[in-house]
Design a protein around this ligand. Structure first.
Ligand SMILES: [Zn+2]
Length: 251
């Protein structure tokens, strides 16, 4: 477990000990403010992680709400135990069995809610005090996998850039101190994948395996399935824009 600072903010990141190909060095749980504090993404249900969160919440004078960026297990598994410990604390997210259903533009405590679909359909980013808590929409290192809604995702990245956060507090990896550069990097990365995919289609490649090899060269085996999902999201976007050449790509 390690701690992350948000310079100039009364907030802390507590990283869970669940490293992996998708979680990098672990899931970051963020605790913001005090009396009450607000918690974003409880993370995995690991006893030492839950104890560290509880201790920090107690020091900060209680919990206003638990907020989820999205409901993947590495962010949400500890929800039941955390909610039990701090009952009757509200649970807020974009879907599921929650006490507060959130959507784009909502306000909760100090946060403004920004819908950032793509990694998952329910994905939200929370903005407070110039910090964007980005979950898996933007990571501290590397890129994210996208399960669909690529056009909406790119639009959300551009909106976020226009909102001008000073710091990004991601679900995995370090704090991003230059959000504009990171958002530009993410937009450029997606544009680069799209250009590679369009070139591969123009060269006559049509199977998903061929397209993956051409546009995601050297993707490690453990990330191949995620890259295939992202490929599908790119194909869906090109299709919606009428940019898929005949014959259409096959499985
Ligand atoms: Zn995650």
């Amino acid at each position: 477990m390690s701690l992350l600072e948000l310079p100039g903010r009364d907030a802390i990141g507590i990283r869970a000990n669940n490293p992996g190909p998708f979680t990098l060095s672990g899931t970051n749980t963020w605790i913001y403010g005090r009396e009450p504090a607000w918690l974003i993404d409880p993370g995995p249900a690991l006893a030492d992680h839950l104890d560290a969160l509880s201790e920090e919440i107690d020091v900060r004078g209680g919990l206003g709400a638990v907020l989820l960026t999205h409901d993947h297990a590495d962010h949400a598994e500890a929800v039941p135990e955390l909610v039990r410990r701090f009952s009757p604390v509200p649970l807020a997210a974009a879907r599921g069995r929650v006490s507060t259903l959130l959507a784009d533009g909502d306000e909760l405590g100090p946060f403004t809610v920004i819908a950032t679909p793509g990694h998952s359909p329910d994905h939200l980013t929370y903005l407070a005090g110039g910090v964007a808590f980005t979950g898996d929409a933007i990571l501290g290192i590397g890129s994210v996998f996208l399960a669909g809604q690529l056009a909406a995702y790119l639009a959300a990245l551009k909106r976020l850039r226009a909102l001008g956060p000073v710091l990004l507090a991601p679900g995995h990896g370090p704090v991003v101190r230059d959000p504009r550069a990171k958002l530009d990097e993410y937009l450029a990365h997606r544009a680069q994948r799209e250009a590679a995919l369009v070139a591969a289609l123009a060269a006559g490649l049509r199977t998903r395996a061929e397209l993956l090899e051409a546009a995601w060269p050297g993707v490690p085996g453990e990330l191949r399935e995620a890259a295939a999902l992202t490929l599908a999201a790119h194909l869906e976007k090109l299709g919606a824009e009428g940019r898929l050449p005949a014959p259409l790509p096959s499985a």
